[in-house]
Ligand binder design. Sequence first.
Ligand SMILES: [Zn+2]
Length: 62
Amino acid sequence: MKRSHRQTTCSTCGSTDTISVGMEMADGAVRFWSCTECEATGWQRDGATIDRTAALANVPRR
Ligand SMILES: [Zn+2]
């Protein structure tokens, strides 16, 4: 598994004290982040914030 040390900025409080996990989706990598300051969570693709629905819409269905 690849690990990135790039920090994700919390879109709620602006803190960079976040934990993020990269995931490989069907059409590219997305990143889930969780803010340790305000406990907000979110998703990013290519550094841009995306909707949770959009992130999970690309999970391959069986
Ligand atoms: Zn935050």
